[in-house]
Design a protein around this ligand. Structure first.
Ligand SMILES: NC(=O)c1ccc[n+]([C@@H]2O[C@H](COP(=O)([O-])OP(=O)(O)OC[C@H]3O[C@@H](n4cnc5c(N)ncnc54)[C@H](OP(=O)(O)O)[C@@H]3O)[C@@H](O)[C@H]2O)c1
Length: 361
């Protein structure tokens, strides 16, 4: 790319926003020129606004420290400074829906980490290795919004990324019933142990809204584009329990699957290892070389050893074995704030750029 695209991060001071800032440091295609957050932070430098809330293990990039934080709600001013934005604001669902549409209507593409638009029929919700063809609804969305280049694209919830990729790799064997229990990290709630000490040594058997997302969102990923909207798949049925565990980063899932077609363990493992998508074919900057790996050891994947596989963009699967009630069971692990949040959104933006949907204004 001759000249880097100018990027804004909405919600830049938060946990996911900070992850965007870290991942975009030295990005070959994108340069963060604008950071925006609530009116509380507006006017301060990014360094002042974040204060002691910096939650990344790497230092705050020098290039953003002195940027003046803008107010997310001043849409025209923020939009005028950038080619496109990443969205990670924490507002009500209706507010997020409205503000993301407002940005799109200023002809600014929005790549969002938020759930607000995940079920808007003409908004693509994409894992680039799984359903890049869903970007085909963008022209229909632009027509609805009355825009030439502005649109919204989103990525799915972090919880599904530990098991949905494996089920996708096994699609030809027709999984039709899935049970999953997820063991989810505290960073998924925007927290560290410093701001959530009650989580040390604790388990909380409830994460608001998470089970519904974990059961339904994979079906939208596997849906079809019909008449300019996404029609969700009907199978497999998925039931899920989502549990908060004392882990900083990394969502683990224990899943059980029934298949319509007979398949051996060796074949399932081969399909995982061979699975790849457009990010690998196009060699996108944030694409993991290997999307899914299979670990043979009985005690893997483990959060501490495996969460950073492929810089947090790869999925680790292990413990695949026959089950007495279901056909097979396995354990999956993904990085919830990298692949499951900011990294997944950056990869979506890269694919949108490679396909010409995002360009310099
Ligand atoms: N953490 C994860 O792993 C994860 C994964 C998937 C999805 N999400 C979703 O991503 C979003 C951000 O999550 P997070 O964990 O990063 O939250 P967070 O740490 O609480 O950060 C929220 C961000 O939104 C801004 N904000 C809050 N209220 C605002 C308002 N009224 N107007 C404008 N900006 C406002 C904050 O700015 P100030 O600093 O100025 O208050 C901050 O930049 C949430 O919708 C969350 O559900 C999070």
């Amino acid at each position: 790319m001759e000249k880097k695209l100018k990027v804004g991060v909405l919600g830049a001071t938060g946990m996911v926003g900070q992850r965007f800032i870290s991942l975009l440091e030295n990005h070959p295609w994108y340069e963060v020129v604008t950071v925006a957050a609530s009116p509380r932070s507006a006017g301060k430098t990014y360094e002042e606004a974040v204060g002691d809330r910096w939650k990344m293990t790497t230092p705050m990039p020098e290039a953003v420290k002195k940027l003046a934080v803008m107010n997310v709600n001043e849409v025209e001013a923020v939009a005028a400074s950038v080619d496109f934005v990443f969205s990670a604001v924490d507002m009500t669902k209706d507010e997020i829906k409205a503000i993301e549409e407002a940005y799109a209507k200023t002809e600014t593409p929005v790549v969002s980490n938020n759930s607000a638009h995940r079920w808007t029929p003409d908004v693509p919700m994409v894992v680039p290795e799984i359903n890049p063809e869903h970007f085909e609804v963008i022209p229909f969305q632009k027509k609805r919004l009355g825009t030439k280049r502005g649109f919204i694209a989103v990525k799915p919830n972090c919880s599904i990324q530990s098991y949905a990729p494996a089920l996708t790799a096994w699609k030809e064997f027709e999984p039709y019933e899935v049970v999953a229990a997820t063991y989810q990290a505290i960073s998924g709630a925007g927290k560290t142990f410093k701001d959530w000490p009650e989580m040390e040594g604790n388990i909380i058997p409830y994460i608001g809204g998470e089970e519904e997302k974990s059961e339904q969102e994979p079906l939208r990923l596997w849906g079809k584009v019909e008449d300019g909207v996404i029609v969700k798949a009907q199978s497999p049925v998925i039931t899920c329990q989502c549990i908060r565990v004392p882990v900083l980063n990394g969502h683990t899932a224990a899943a059980f699957v029934k298949f319509k077609k007979k398949v051996t363990k060796e074949e399932l493992i081969r399909k995982l290892r061979e699975y790849k998508g457009e990010p690998q074919e196009l060699n996108l900057p944030s694409a993991p070389g290997q999307f899914i790996r299979y670990l043979e050891e009985d005690n893997r994947p483990q959060v501490t050893a495996d969460v950073d596989f492929e810089h947090g963009m790869g999925i680790s699967i292990g413990r695949l074995r026959e089950d007495t009630v279901y056909d097979y069971k396995f354990v999956g692990l993904s990085h919830n704030t990298v692949r499951g949040a900011a990294g997944g959104a950056v990869l979506c933006a890269e694919l949108l750029t490679a396909k010409g949907y995002i360009q310099a204004k």
